[in-house]
Design a protein around this ligand. Structure first.
Ligand code: ZN
Length: 140
C-alpha cells in the first residue's frame, strides 16, 4: 500500500507540473462505433455507452440511425440491432453525421451542447460559446 500511495502522489505531482492550458483543453475525440454484421443483421455494441459519450439519449441516436439506414431495429440491453448488413465504415459515417447535426456546435465545433425544445421546435444550444441553432426533430 505504501508503494501505491507514493505512486499516486508522484502522478499528482506530475500533473500539477503541467501548464494550465494542457489541463483545461481536453480535445474531443470522435468515439468509434463498434459494429459487426451477424447474419442478416448489424449489431452495434455498447450502444448506451456510445450515446453517453456524446451526451445524447440512446433512443434519439437510434431513431436517427434507423431513419438514415431506412431499416428497423431494436436496442435490447447493451447492443443495438439493425436489420440488414451495414459496414462498420457506413455505421461510423452515419454516427459522425449525427454528431455534426445534433452534437457539435455549428460555430465553435465543440461537443458541449444540449438539445432543447421551444414551442415545438428543437434547438442545439452550445454551452461553450452560447450559439443556438435549430435542428430537425426526429418524428417517427
Ligand atoms: Zn459553440
Amino acid at each position: 500500500m505504501a508503494w501505491k500511495y507514493k505512486y499516486e502522489d508522484m502522478l499528482k505531482r506530475a500533473y500539477e507540473k503541467l501548464p494550465e492550458k494542457t489541463k483545461k483543453e481536453t480535445r474531443f475525440e470522435i468515439p468509434k462505433v463498434d459494429s459487426e454484421v451477424q447474419g442478416n443483421r448489424t449489431i452495434v455494441k455498447f450502444f448506451p455507452s456510445l450515446a453517453r459519450k456524446i451526451n445524447r439519449k440512446p433512443e434519439h441516436l437510434m431513431k436517427f440511425l434507423l431513419r438514415e439506414l431506412a431499416t428497423t431495429g431494436k436496442t435490447p440491453g447493451k447492443n443495438a440491432i439493425f436489420m440488414g448488413k451495414f459496414s462498420r465504415e457506413l455505421m461510423q459515417h452515419k454516427f459522425e453525421k449525427y454528431l455534426r447535426e445534433f452534437v457539435l456546435c455549428d460555430q465553435c465545433k465543440k461537443p458541449d451542447t444540449a438539445l432543447k425544445k421551444e414551442k415545438g421546435l428543437s434547438f442545439k444550444i452550445c454551452e461553450a460559446c452560447g450559439a443556438k441553432s435549430s435542428v430537425r426533430s426526429l418524428k417517427k
